[in-house]
Design a protein around this ligand. Sequence first.
Ligand SMILES: [Zn+2]
Ligand SMILES: [Zn+2]
Length: 256
Amino acid sequence: MKFTILGSGGAIRIPRACCTCSICKEARQKGFPYKRLGQSLFLHDGFILFDTPEDINEELNCHSIPRVDHIFYSHWHPDHTLGCRIIETLMDGSGKQVDVHIPKNDINITINQNPVFEYYRSMDFCNVISTNEDVYINKIRIRKIQLKNEFAYAFLICQGNKRVLYCPCHTMHIPYLPDLYHVDLMILAKGYSTILNDEWTNFERDTLRIIKELHPKRAIITHIEETDGIGYDEYKVMEKDLRNIEFGYDGQVIEI
Ligand SMILES: [Zn+2]
Ligand SMILES: [Zn+2]
């Protein structure tokens, strides 16, 4: 399986508009990989996109993605869904409907009480597939893993004997299911370095503990917040003390 991280940023991107901190200044000057757009992952096998942050059009352009056939949504939060108008853009370019996969009865983005995905479906821009069953695309099996907070999902992506767990957000709520131990690759949201409360994932308290307990062969950290105040170079230094753990970046290609 071949993946590209299209966006490794969190709810607040780097650079943050109007911010004059050194991290944002550096990102403006140097661009990628110092710059981090909204969280999104692309699986080249099957042309599968996971989530659509508002930067998704730019992300698809920057990383030369030729085609999108499927979009999987992890949860409704705006940092993962507000680029959903890409459905219209993709249809207009290819004339081919995208398959939009949402958890059963779970994602309902509405504008002025009108459900957006239903509107796009009625316009023949997309098909909407609402299920919690496994989805098979070519030889890839995608299982939706409902997180313990109940409204968000991770994905277990399998091909042959390879297993990848992708948790785009809310890492602290990953359930310890038997299939999630010892995966070949985990790509998971970092959580905050600076904020400690019971509702939000904290990097040290939650993410590092989960990696240690589920014991993947390799882990890549993403959904990296500007508010943590840590730049790309500093993450590269931090990596040296973390066995099997890397900090992802926009445009990173991962083959497994
Ligand atoms: Zn800043
Ligand atoms: Zn998020």
